[in-house]
Design a protein around this ligand. Structure first.
Ligand code: EPZ
Length: 420
């Protein structure tokens, strides 16, 4: 297993470019299988393991895929299976989008239950509630979801919790439901809007994405289109936090600053300088910042997916910070790793109480999940001495070329390839 070896303590200076959004791409690629004619040419697709995984799943269903750097062409006209049951399906979370996509287009989907980061219980009851409301019969047996309908019929669906996955999945199926579907209490994340825009580019009729209510007027078929995925809000947030933690001045290019407002606001509250200029955001910091309290919330609140990187920054901020993780029940597994580096973190249920220390010290630490991995890389960058981050396959699922990007900013970080 590969590892990242970091000699910490160097400020970060320079520019980096953010890639396309993982959580948009992993929904758009399954959505592309809904086009029964033409080719979807999708650009700004990040080169990460979760994307490769979805691409392989699409191919296993009979799609033809051609990859060229950051773009992919998908021809889904000859799909010959509604059964998604490969190891890749079980490995990742976003494979559940195949349920909505296949159910919509073929009125039948047989998809093994998804995996994903170990960050707490990850139910799909709201997805099922939505499919059933549209008229599907849904059954879970032997770890596999079967959803089937003679017809899907538009209706009103009020979600009990705000869920990114359920919003997107039910929107996919509703695209092919007869009549109008109204989805209420939906997620407003930028990637929800991006998936709706992609579906509309293929010929869907979806309005309201980005607000609390989405209205889908069903269509009979979709066709190929050209589309470019939005920049990754979470990747950008991670580099903003790293710049604030290490000190220096970093310009992050290819971002939508509006998507980063909750992160910018916290960094400014801590004493960093954050400036926007078109599709760039610059973070300037002395590295000496003050602690703040954070509560993770659905968009536009502070994103749970940057909570872990942020917690690393808070370990060296002055005073006490309290993080309340309101989305996932178990997203502080990295706290024990931070403690190995001298951090003063106490986890109590869904809260972490962090008392800032003057420095972290290098250690061998583990990436317990994707964002925890990014948190440990930032910890290594600010720590005195050498840090080795192991289990970095988690990081590779979501951060393209992380060591190259940090290296370009002046960090001393290398990937060591280890034989299995
Ligand atoms: C998406 O997960 C993201 N994953 C997650 O990012 C992200 O943390 C999460 O949204 C919240 O923003 C992908 O997009 C692939 P949810 P998802 O459904 O869709 C509860 C990362 O690091 N819930 O919005 O699975 C659930 O338990 C990953 O990139 C139900 O109760 O999250 C949670 O408390 C990790 N029933 C809350 O809703 C349901 O049917 C939000 O979950 C569905 C969800």
């Amino acid at each position: 297993m590969d590892k990242l070896v970091i000699n910490g303590g160097k400020p970060l200076y320079g520019c980096i470019e953010i890639n396309g959004a993982k959580n948009a791409a992993v929904a758009i690629l399954p959505a592309a299988i809904m086009a029964s004619e033409g080719v979807c040419n999708i650009d700004n697709i990040p080169n990460i393991e979760d994307v490769h995984c979805i691409e392989r799943i699409n191919e296993s269903l009979g799609c033809t895929l051609v990859r060229d750097k950051n773009s992919v062409s998908i021809d889904s006209s000859k799909i010959n299976s509604v059964i998604a049951n490969t190891e890749d399906v079980r490995k990742m979370r976003a494979s559940y989008y195949l349920i909505g996509a296949l159910l919509g287009r073929f009125k039948k989907a047989v998809v093994e239950l998804p995996g994903g980061c170990p960050i707490g219980v990850r139910p799909i009851d709201q997805h099922i509630k939505g499919f059933e409301a549209l008229g599907a019969k849904v059954e879970i047996k032997h770890g596999c979801v079967t959803a089937e309908a003679d017809r899907l019929i538009g209706t009103n669906i009020f979600f009990d919790v705000v869920s990114v996955g359920a919003t997107i999945n039910v929107m996919l199926a509703a695209t092919f439901a007869e009549g109008v579907t109204t989805l209420e209490n939906v997620a407003k994340e930028p990637h929800v809007v991006d998936v709706a825009n992609f579906l509309n580019s293929m010929g869907a009729n979806i309005k309201g994405a980005g607000t609390d209510v989405i209205r889908v007027v069903g269509v009979e078929s979709l066709k190929g289109c050209s589309y470019s995925v939005i920049p990754d809000q979470i990747e950008a947030g991670t580099y903003m936090i790293a710049a604030a933690a290490c000190g220096g001045e970093v310009t992050i290019q290819n971002v939508i600053p509006k998507h980063l407002e909750s992160i910018s606001a916290k960094l400014i509250e801590m004493g960093a300088e954050v400036t926007e200029d078109g599709d760039c955001i610059t973070v300037k910091s002395s590295g000496n910042l003050k602690g703040v309290n954070i509560k993770t919330q659905p968009y536009p609140g502070f994103p749970t997916d940057v909570q872990q990187p942020m917690s690393t920054l808070l370990t060296v901020a002055q005073g006490r910070s309290i993080i309340n993780e309101s989305i996932w029940e178990s997203r502080f597994k990295h706290a024990d790793e931070l403690k190995k580096m001298g951090a003063n973190v106490k986890v109590e249920g869904r809260s972490a109480i962090i008392d800032g220390v003057s420095k972290l010290t290098g250690a061998i630490v583990k990436a317990t999940d994707l964002r925890a991995g990014a948190a440990m890389v930032i910890a290594g960058l600010i720590a005195e001495g050498t840090t080795e981050v192991v289990s970095i396959e988690h990081i590779d699922r979501g951060y393209p070329n992380i060591e190259e990007k940090f290296h370009a900013l002046g960090a001393d970080i290398i990937r060591v390839f280890c034989a299995e």
